[in-house]
Design a protein around this ligand. Structure first.
Ligand SMILES: CC(=O)SCCNC(=O)CCNC(=O)[C@H](O)C(C)(C)COP(=O)(O)OP(=O)(O)OC[C@H]1O[C@@H](n2cnc3c(N)ncnc32)[C@H](O)[C@@H]1OP(=O)(O)O
Ligand SMILES: O=C([O-])CC(=O)C(=O)O
Length: 371
């Protein structure tokens, strides 16, 4: 029995949700470039959950269901406010809050299709409210209630700032949500599938997935990218900074990928968005710095930027706190996690691989006084 480090190249399941073939990403057969340019996040949610694009009335119904379920129960908010949330990372708060959400759902253990769909809507709708409420409560501000007349992306930005977002902000944020929604069997999606393959409930699956997304080798990289850009500080420092990090054999966050070889197709969209938004804000330095970091890094290592690299300067330009970048990834990716959880339930088998044992051979127990 031999093992493969990090399960590289191992095909662990079948899925008809998203594919990465020859560096091309598709959701249910639609190229991500096509979706990024044309689809709204709500359309993508529908696509991932139903494996087809919605008709107008179906999309309207989904939007209504999300809107109807966005508000958090007052008891939940009261409980949430008792956390020491000014001291914790928002991904830790989100992980615990999603777990808590399960306690407020009387049907959390009901495994019928209807109950699972209701859980899907509840999670997708409320995750935006949880992240934005957290962001405000930790600053001593009251949460802002969602507005029924706003779409998902607009509502997120509105609940975060309390101000009606500009059209360009809504479009950029919506596109970022589309780009992050699903990604085949990435670490957090695999985690969600492993969890629910024991026939555990959807809240448990999403809570586990949030824990996996949090790490800096996965979704947590976007926050680290912004930290790096802030450390670099000015465009002229980019090359020297990268040289020093590489000389110390440190990883540069936002570069490299387990599956893509020529590059992550999502990065070019985020690069363009970063260019536009930093210009709009008069803060081109973040884009210019990112371009110089990319050039300096790729001149040394053949590892192109991944989805996390340019999303950092995009979210920064939208005025979002840096430690909310990964929770925003979760707000989008929960749509993909849910699709994979539903697919897992549909044709379930326990996921239980083997380990190649590398410990000592058979030993005889030695009584404690003789050791
Ligand atoms: C949404 C997402 O999850 S996208 C990924 C987000 N994560 C990051 O951006 C973190 C930085 N990148 C990385 O750590 C990696 O590229 C990963 C985790 C994404 C992929 O990792 P793996 O496929 O396991 O590759 P692994 O980490 O083994 O790297 C292979 C080699 O490339 C190097 N390498 C990979 N990524 C980087 C990087 N970002 N900076 C410097 N070197 C790197 C490694 O040091 C290693 O070199 P070595 O063979 O000389 O030791
Ligand atoms: O697929 C991966 O390993 C990581 C990734 O890019 C994602 O989850 O979007």
């Amino acid at each position: 029995m031999t093992s493969t480090r990090g399960l590289e190249g191992v095909v662990a399941t079948q899925s008809s949700i998203s594919s990465i073939i020859d560096d091309t990403l598709t959701y249910v057969g639609y190229n991500i470039d096509d979706l990024a340019d044309n689809a709204s996040f709500e359309e993508v949610i529908y696509l991932l959950w139903h494996k087809r694009l919605p008709k107008e009335d179906e999309l309207a119904e989904l939007k209504q269901q999300l809107s109807d379920n966005m508000s958090l129960p007052q008891e939940f908010l009261n409980h949430f406010k008792t956390y020491p949330i000014d001291k914790v990372h928002p991904m830790s708060a989100l992980r615990s809050a999603v777990s808590l959400l399960g306690l407020y759902d009387e049907k959390s253990e009901d495994m019928s299709d209807e109950a699972n769909y209701a859980k899907a809507i509840n999670l997708q709708a409320k995750i935006a409210t949880i992240v934005t409420a957290f962001a405000r409560v930790r600053k001593g501000l009251e949460p802002v209630a969602p507005r029924a007349d706003l779409g998902y992306a607009a509502n997120f930005l509105y609940m975060l700032s309390g101000k009606e977002p500009e059209e360009i902000e809504i479009e950029a944020f919506d596109k970022a949500l589309v780009l992050h929604a699903d990604h085949e069997l990435n670490a957090s999606t695999f985690t969600a599938r492993v969890c629910v393959a024991t026939l555990s409930d959807m809240y448990s699956g999403i809570t586990s997935a949030i824990g996996a997304l949090k790490g800096p080798l996965h979704g947590g990289a976007n926050e680290q990218v912004m930290k790096m850009l802030a450390e670099i500080g000015s465009e002229e420092n980019a090359e020297a900074y990268i040289q020093e990090k590489l000389a110390n054999r440190e990883k540069i966050m936002g570069f490299g990928h387990r599956v893509y070889r020529q590059g992550d197709p999502r990065a070019k969209h985020l690069r363009e968005m970063s260019k536009q938004l930093t210009k709009l804000r008069g803060e081109e330095k973040w884009y210019n710095m990112s371009i110089r970091v990319e050039a300096a890094f790729t001149a040394q290592k053949n590892l192109p930027p991944n989805v996390d690299f340019y999303s950092a300067s995009v979210y920064h330009s939208l005025g979002i706190d840096h430690d909310l970048f990964t929770p925003i990834f979760a707000v989008s990716r929960v749509s993909g996690w849910i699709a994979h959880i539903l697919e897992q339930y549909e044709n379930n088998r326990l996921i239980r691989p083997r380990a190649e044992y590398t410990g000592p051979g058979m030993q005889k127990y030695i009584p404690i006084e003789e050791r």
